[in-house]
Design a protein around this ligand. Structure first.
Ligand SMILES: NC(=O)c1ccc[n+]([C@@H]2O[C@H](COP(=O)([O-])OP(=O)(O)OC[C@H]3O[C@@H](n4cnc5c(N)ncnc54)[C@H](O)[C@@H]3O)[C@@H](O)[C@H]2O)c1
Ligand SMILES: [Zn+2]
Length: 348
């Protein structure tokens, strides 16, 4: 259940009153501690005792050591099975906090209060929790639903612009795979800022929620959410390996451009549609210089993708603006051509 909070957080307070929790544990990182926690505490009305659990900000914290520390703190603070964890933060906090809560004492209840655009529209929804293992993202985790997701869009006001733009890529993806009118509305936005993005958050969240409800375990339609992520993930990993990490949404934007062209090469969409998609994504995202990346390095990572079966690369590709297919296997020639297309895009 997703609720957009009023300024007085009354729906959250009602929720806390209705349920008989024993204690509240609020998980934050250093930034959400500074920028979001004061608003939450200033509006939260409850007689329950609460503790603040803070971790450093960043993906590097999403690991078993941090999970272990949090399990230990919960134990030392005698969190019982009626304790509630409130995850106040971006996707790192909602993934990590959901994982810790869903495993502590075989599972205690948690709610998500996402504070980045990416976590509002994507990470906090869908019941996937997890941590990274070695350099593999989200290798260990659980499927576990938060009791509630509360959205307070004003939290976005302190979010750095690049983080806002990163989350916007997932919103564009939701339009492209499932809802033409959402896409059409998003591309009307001239300047990306909190005020122009906020009116579209709910539609984007609903798209993700509906897809997940139809296919929780990702055996069919949930795979469409991976559009842009096959090539995007490879480039994200290569940038990381080279010591120049990029934001997830920046990689997804790049991936959606290449994979829109790939859909055209595979005969799934018209050239006009692929051009329209690509031109619009380019309006928001600067060109990513991948000229140094070797084809074989990119394709080696594509071969490693979690979505693959029988050593074939499975793509989720658009079949129009607002529709998407999955488990589509492309010719090697077209995959390379789609990557080369992106490499040359800046010269056009
Ligand atoms: N579970 C899922 O289905 C799912 C889906 C997509 C992504 N994810 C995961 O989400 C993570 C990425 O999420 P993210 O982009 O939100 O990253 P994040 O949680 O690292 O947040 C990005 C940065 O913004 C800061 N921040 C958060 N809210 C803020 C605010 N209101 N004001 C100022 N700064 C703020 C954070 O401290 C951090 O530095 C990845 O680990 C990814 O694997 C999970
Ligand atoms: Zn994504």
């Amino acid at each position: 259940m997703i609720t957009i909070l009023n300024d007085d957080f009354s729906q959250l307070n009602d929720f806390l009153h209705e349920k008989s929790f024993s204690k509240i544990f609020i998980l934050v990182d250093e930034n959400t501690h500074e920028y979001c926690l004061p608003t939450l505490l200033g509006n939260m009305e409850t007689d329950l005792g609460f503790e603040i659990l803070e971790i450093e900000a960043g993906e590097e914290m999403k690991n078993i050591q941090t999970a272990n520390q949090l399990w230990e703190i919960l134990t030392e603070m005698q969190a019982d099975r009626k304790a509630l964890v409130i995850n106040l933060g971006g996707g790192v906090i909602t993934d990590m906090g959901g994982f810790v809560a869903s495993t502590y004492k075989r599972g205690i209840q948690f709610i998500n209060i996402p504070t980045t655009l990416l976590s509002m529209c994507d990470a906090s929804i869908g019941g996937k929790t997890g941590i990274d293992l070695m350099h593999y993202k989200n290798m260990v985790g659980t499927f576990a639903f938060p009791e509630q997701i509360f959205i307070f869009p004003k939290f976005l006001e302190t979010l750095p612009f690049k983080e806002l733009r990163s989350g916007f890529a997932e919103m564009l993806k939701h339009g492209l795979i499932a809802d033409t009118s959402h896409w059409n509305q998003l591309i009307q936005i001239q300047k990306l800022e909190v005020g122009t993005v906020t009116p579209h958050i709910q539609t984007s969240m609903n798209i993700k929620q509906e897809v997940v409800e139809k296919d929780f375990h990702e055996s069919n339609i949930r795979k469409t959410l991976n559009f842009g992520h096959t090539i995007g993930h490879s480039v994200e990993s290569l940038c990381l390996q080279q010591g120049n990490p990029i934001l997830h949404g920046e990689a997804v934007a790049m991936g959606m451009i290449s994979e829109a062209h790939l859909a055209y090469l595979e005969g799934l969409i018209s050239e006009d549609d692929s051009k329209l998609i690509i031109e619009n994504i380019q309006r928001y995202y600067p060109y990513l210089d991948i000229s140094d990346f070797k084809d074989e390095d990119i394709t080696a990572l594509l071969m490693n993708d979690k979505k693959n079966t029988d050593s074939k690369i499975n793509f989720s590709l658009l079949t129009g603006i607002g529709s998407c297919t999955y488990d589509h296997q492309c010719s090697q020639k077209n995959i390379l051509e789609a990557i080369h297309f992106y490499k040359k895009l800046n010269d056009l």
